[in-house]
Design a protein around this ligand. Structure first.
Ligand code: HEM
Length: 402
């Protein structure tokens, strides 16, 4: 990453340690022009109060049709424009009210605290089966062993996605989220994921199940609540957001605890701290690095800087979560931190609909892992992070179990 002429350029080294750049920007220029890895230009917002203000500002839009047109203007000359093939963009995270409100209502109930509480025993079972499979092993990569399969199994069971298709789907979403993927790879992954979700919807039409996807297919046929394209996009969004984020809560959370052994010990000694610890882990190494892109519909002043109309705004959630005006000693992990009002799940109307599910999965997986392996430790293998501006995600998490 370089900071030249006030313009921040996000390069490959940023992903290994975004916190250094963020700390600098919060101090020296909390609203700065940015060029993202594929040449998209926008404004990077790094302080807590500004992040919150942007995320709840109705002048800052998520409408994907207009955003697509703006992508043509707000790009460095010569940077390639990936084509996604089937239209997977018509989902709630890419819309403003009233469409956003209509779409969110369709799934809201399934993900409330009450809605997900009955899933806890199943999440506990999935977790303990995965931990049983580690019996006898000394070293393991915790991502394929635990952090990935817990949320992936849960969201697939909720939606009614066959087990055999899960790895393929994850392959496509990780290509889509990686800034290291070429335009051709992105196009191919988008077409494959879209084709897959279409087939899945057809299979629910011919053989309805008890799952959320069948419920959405039924909502589609019931009046004008959901168009075919919105149905496809909704299924894609839920599958992607349901696993590509929580995997990072579990993996980044375990990493942070193992790097801070006194905190891991305090949590083992008092598992009642788990809910609070999960909030601190969400703040400390936030699973989602930046919120998805938004754009200004008119000039908007943020921290004294005027962002002109029709320009992209990138809100750095993981930076806001380390702003010392809101979180004293932000670079210290403190699982007993009071009043943890982090922005890891976003803020405003797009606040994560899956937050209750993610919190519960995080508590169950991290709690059970610590209890099962009292001597759990990192190996000396250097850790590397995936190249994505959206997710904060490790490639591997090698640990010694005993
Ligand atoms: C929205 C984070 C888990 C589904 C969001 C947003 C964030 C976020 C930051 C807002 C993005 C923006 O405003 O640009 C997380 C984190 C998770 C997690 C950190 C795990 C620790 C989940 C799960 C689901 C889910 C398990 C399952 C369905 C969604 C959906 C939205 C969303 C559908 C869009 C909501 C809307 O537009 O109204 N999430 N998420 N997320 N999340 Fe999550």
């Amino acid at each position: 990453m370089t900071v030249e002429d006030e313009v921040v350029r996000i390069g490959a080294d940023f992903f290994q340690d975004p916190h250094r750049l963020y700390a600098d920007l919060r101090r020296t220029g909390p609203v700065r022009p940015v060029v993202l890895p594929r040449g998209v230009r926008g404004w990077l917002v790094t302080r807590y109060a500004d992040a919150k203000a942007v995320l709840s500002d109705p002048r800052v839009s998520k409408d994907y049709v207009r955003a697509g047109a703006l992508l043509e203007i707000n790009r460095e000359p010569g940077s390639p424009r990936p084509e996604f093939g089937q239209d997977l963009q018509a989902h709630m995270l890419n819309m403003d009210p009233p469409d956003h409100t209509r779409l969110r209502k369709l799934v809201n109930k399934a993900f409330t605290v009450r809605g997900v509480s009955h899933l806890r025993p199943r999440v506990e079972r999935i977790t303990s089966d995965l931990l049983d499979a580690l019996d006898g092993l000394d070293e393991v990569d915790l991502i394929p062993a635990l952090a990935f399969p817990v949320p992936m199994t849960v969201i697939c069971e909720l939606l009614g996605v066959p087990e055999s298709d899960r790895e393929a789907f994850h392959g496509w979403t990780s290509t889509l989220l990686s800034t290291a993927s070429s335009a051709t790879e992105i196009t191919e992954a988008g077409v494959a994921a879209g084709g897959y979700v279409m087939e899945l919807i057809e299979s629910k039409r011919s053989t309805p199940g008890e799952d959320l996807l069948t419920a959405l297919v039924e909502a589609r046929s019931d009046g004008d609540r959901l168009s075919e394209n919105e149905l496809l996009s909704m299924a894609f969004l839920l599958l992607l957001a349901g696993h590509e984020t929580t995997v990072n809560l579990i993996a980044n959370g375990v990493l942070s605890l193992l790097q801070s052994p006194s905190q891991a010990a305090a949590l083992r000694a008092n598992p009642a701290l788990l809910p609070r610890a999960v909030e601190e882990l969400l703040r400390f190494e936030s699973p989602v690095n930046t919120a998805t892109m938004r754009y200004t519909t008119e000039p908007v002043v943020v921290a004294g800087v005027e962002i002109p109309a029709d320009e992209f705004v990138v809100v750095a959630l993981s930076s806001a979560n380390r702003d010392d005006t809101t979180f004293p000693n932000p670079d210290v992990l403190d699982i007993e931190r009071d009043l943890n009002t982090h922005l890891a799940f976003g803020h405003g109307i797009h606040y994560c609909v899956g937050a209750p599910l993610a919190r519960m999965e995080g508590e169950v997986a991290i709690g059970a892992l610590l209890a099962r392996f009292p001597d759990l430790a990192l190996t000396s293998t250097p850790l590397t992070w995936r190249e994505s501006t959206i997710v904060r995600s490790l490639h591997t998490l090698p640990v010694r179990l005993r």
